[in-house]
Write a protein that binds this ligand. Sequence first.
Ligand code: TK8
Length: 337
Amino acid sequence: MTRTTRLLSLVAGVALAAFAGSAQAQIKERNIRVSNGINEDHPVGNGVAKMKACMAEKSGGKLKLQAFWGGALGGDLQATQALRAGTQEMVITSSSPLVGIMPELGVFDLPFLFTDEKEADAVLDGAFGKYIADKLPGFGVVNLAYWENGFRNLTNSKRAVTKAEEMTGLKVRVMQNNIFLDSFKTMGANATPMAFGEVFAALETHAIDGQENPLVTIDTSKLYEVQKYLTLTRHAYTPFLVLYSKKLWDQLSAEEQTILGDCAIVGRDEERKVSRELNDKSLANLKAKGMQVSQVGADELAKMRDSTQAVYQRHQATIGKDTIERIQADLAKLRGK
Ligand code: TK8
């Protein structure tokens, strides 16, 4: 090294240290509360643990994430309203109960929209996911990432269901969402909307016969204790939104926002990985716990899919024609059509 290069590298080093110092100064001690309706042993627990560690590392221990499980801070909708009011920082919520707040979110409730996780990832992490996320601040929340809830399946306590006809008359809880309500009514069920936190008790007291959720939720929320029959319908894939209060977000420094955004992605990758690994294990566990599992044949599944196509039409005006066409165009591209 010549004297000048040595001097230059010294100057650069000092500048870098000063920059890092000022970035640290932009990070305050914060306790960020995040709530969920599911239990900690759900893959969201793995995602939150990773996100938490990432935040601690990048903030020198200043940004703390405090998680509340099992609906301890209220259900999805209630917690989201707290975010909008600026009284809670974060929630990991299903998109479905939020359609009353932002109708375009209903696009994810359309029956049989995605065929597999790969499609869902590509759409959610791509331009369409951004298109939806860009609209959310207008409703008082910022979406940091899409995590996995998973493909949903039907359970009930009355009978094995292998075709749509066998759903007739079953009293099935759906999320608070008109599209789900319509899909299940169209398939013949007696659908009723309800918050997730009330589902277990409603099943236990036989106020309702059934519900629908991904396998990992049926497993980790112990719904097998109150449900005998499981039908692998995979009728919808609705994502989890990782939301931050817009009011409180605006009080964060750019550095803090970057850390949260980056760490939500780190959490997402872990959560999706665990969710997919756990899916098969959950199915085995549900069988071991005594649930009777039914497959739906390809013909019957096609019938269900066809009958629910009318749901797309009926909710087009509410969700927005442009929004539906956008996602369908992206899916067609992914499918090589
Ligand atoms: C948990 C919910 C749940 C969802 C539902 O808060 O309501 O059925 O699938 O996982 O978000």
